[in-house]
Design a binder for this molecule. Structure first.
Ligand code: CDP
Length: 131
């Protein structure tokens, strides 16, 4: 059986990366993540990312490139991460989150990321520095 994919976005705007603080479930609340969610059956990861960022943050985003790698979540799920560009809107914590922060590459270590997000955050910050 293939794992179900959770896609998350390293969302960029004006040289900064968006971090989102989870409000649920209890064991993840207070930790920071790259916003995203599960792919629907038959959905392309890029489309799922655009949909999730619209639902959770109320923004329009353009996926840019997949960050190489895949990170295990709970059994049966894996995390994939794409960089994305903010196209329209100002992110609001509409669903799943209770705080948002825009971080410069040098600030990415200042929030308590979910463990599984850390490698992708490090790579996203590296790419942002070089941008
Ligand atoms: O909104 P949806 O139910 O599609 O997905 P979610 O609850 O936001 O995420 C599904 C699972 O992926 C949760 O268990 C999250 O902990 C995990 N996840 C993660 O580890 N890192 C992310 N950047 C996004 C989600």
């Amino acid at each position: 059986m293939t794992d179900r994919v959770v896609v998350a976005g390293a969302l960029y705007d004006r040289g900064r990366l968006l971090a989102a603080r989870r409000s649920a479930p209890e064991e993840l609340a207070g930790r920071w993540e790259l916003p995203g969610g599960k792919l629907e059956p038959g959905e392309r990861p890029e489309d799922a990312l655009v949909r999730e960022l619209r639902e959770e943050l109320g923004v329009e985003a353009e996926p840019l490139a997949r960050i190489p790698g895949e990170w295990p979540l709970k059994p049966g799920y894996v995390l994939q991460v794409w960089t994305a560009r903010l196209v329209a809107g100002e992110p609001q914590p509409l669903e799943d989150h209770d705080a948002l922060r825009w971080l410069t590459p040098d600030e990415t270590d200042t929030v308590d990321w979910l463990d599984q997000d850390r490698p992708a955050v490090a790579e996203a910050a590296r790419l942002l520095r070089g941008a």
